[in-house]
Design a protein around this ligand. Structure first.
Ligand code: PLP
Ligand SMILES: N[C@H](C=O)CCC(=O)O
Length: 424
């Protein structure tokens, strides 16, 4: 097994992939890995192993779900047990009730849940729910926030939409664009102005921005959103697809002490298997069919494998002090990044962080876009060559997992940072 370096086999697979997939991939950020993507073969703990017999310490972690690291033994065994019993029934299964009990026990504002298959489906349905509940049409979102790949979210969107220069996607009808109102993140004045002058069904927000790099909320931002949405009878939607069960067991809401009307979840609650969820107050979630008139359905909704993996993951989070451990790793790595002798700023909240070169502060998407992307990409390539996989895009977050809570992994990473800082 070789640490980092170039990847001949992966390069050959990549040439084939370019024949079959738009841009060679099935989700755009994967094409951002330079010079070309490596093909993963397996994962164990903090490491990814590739088709080329290369090994990388993984700080991407499936873009967030793998808070326990790769192939966690407990989760794996629970999933195998489930698979031996069957993996789709088209009927409810006990695992969905158990996962719902677990999530609601941790998140005060979530009394009832609808399980879907992705974060994208979760936010799309949360927006429909907010419109159905308030009988209003407009949604307020923030510049650079990413809520998945559906029409109502792809306006001033972060993540790969910014990385590939399509924050406003083509193919979205004007009528849809006109229902989305945009403010800059952390700008409460803008939010108040829009809520006052437009009939807004809901304000959707990433409580910590994780799709423009990492951008924390200013001290009063989330509390301000809570108050303003109450004043103007609009619903507050926290998109906790990344932050749920990452910042704390009660998500960003628990961490910042602000509760939402509707919460969207994904990633960690599926333990690495496809999932999304819309949670909230009983009277809001009950508006979903069949008890209400806001339609949602799905062949794979609440599939037992994702339910089982999610439940097992949360059990480990509860038992093993995981969040504390991932935060301590994140602190050590962020401190070492801060020693890089090139002007930069590091934004970190708990166990998610990102470095921005060439700027002294990043508090919103406009400031994030001023960071020197070329320097970030050079650093990303240097880190890969030194055996560490950090996000290939400035507009993603570095994550830590339980498996990184290991002196050998931390020291290897610190060593890679030291070797990677020249030439950026
Ligand atoms: C905050 C946030 N919301 C929604 C999504 C969409 O989730 P998914 O990729 O599972 O559709 C993502 C990530 O992709 C996300 O980071
Ligand atoms: N930033 C995205 C979600 O958090 C990354 C996942 C993807 O686009 O494939």
């Amino acid at each position: 097994m070789v640490k980092g370096g170039t990847s001949i086999l992966s390069e050959n697979i990549w040439k084939d992939a370019l024949k079959y997939f738009a841009g060679g991939v099935n989700s755009p950020v994967r094409a951002a890995v330079k010079p070309s993507p490596f093909y993963s073969l397996s994962g164990k703990g903090a490491y990814i192993y590739t088709e080329d017999n290369k090994r990388y310490i993984d700080y991407v972690l499936g873009y967030g779900p793998l808070i326990l690291g790769h192939e966690n033994e407990y989760v794996k065994n629970k999933v195998i047990e489930q698979i031996e019993k069957g993996w789709i029934f088209g009927t409810p299964s006990k695992s969905e009730v158990e996962l719902a009990k677990k999530i609601t026990s941790h998140m005060n504002s979530v009394e009832k849940i609808r399980f879907v298959n992705s974060g994208t489906e979760a936010t799309m349905n949360a927006i429909r729910l907010a419109r159905g509940f308030t009988k209003r049409e407009k949604i307020l979102k923030f510049n650079g926030n990413y809520h998945g790949a559906h029409d109502y979210a792809l306006i001033d969107a972060g993540s790969a939409a910014t990385e590939f220069g399509v924050p406003d996607s083509e193919g979205i009808p004007k009528e849809v664009l006109n229902t989305v109102v945009i403010c800059e993140y952390n700008d409460l004045n803008c939010v108040e102005k829009k809520l006052k002058t437009e009939e807004i069904a809901g304000v959707i927000v990433e409580p910590v921005m994780g799709n423009m790099g990492v951008v924390p909320p200013n001290e009063n931002f989330l509390k301000g959103l809570r108050e303003l949405t109450r004043t103007y009878n609009s619903l507050l939607i926290f998109d906790e697809v990344i932050t749920g069960f990452r910042l704390s067991l009660a998500g960003a809401q628990g961490y910042y002490g602000v509760s939402a009307d509707i919460t969207t979840l994904g990633k960690i609650i599926g333990g690495g298997f496809p999932i999304g969820a819309i949670g909230g107050k009983r009277e809001i979630i009950d508006m979903f069919t069949p008890s209400g008139k806001v339609f949602n359905a799905g062949t794979f909704n609440a599939n037992p494998v994702s339910m089982t993996a999610g439940l097992a993951t949360i059990e480990v989070l509860e038992r093993e002090n995981v969040i504390e451990k991932t935060v301590s790793v994140a602190k050590s790595i962020a401190e070492e990044l801060d020693n890089i002798p090139v002007p930069h700023v590091i934004n970190r909240v708990q166990n998610m962080f990102q470095i921005f070169f060439g700027v002294s502060k990043v508090t919103n998407a406009t400031e994030a876009k001023k960071a020197n992307k070329d320097q970030y990409i050079k650093f990303h390539i240097n880190m890969l060559n030194n055996g560490v996989f950090i996000p290939p895009s400035q507009y993603e977050s570095i994550f830590t997992s339980l498996a990184h809570y290991d002196d050998y992994v931390i020291n290897e990473t610190i060593d890679a940072i030291k070797k990677s800082r020249s030439g950026i």
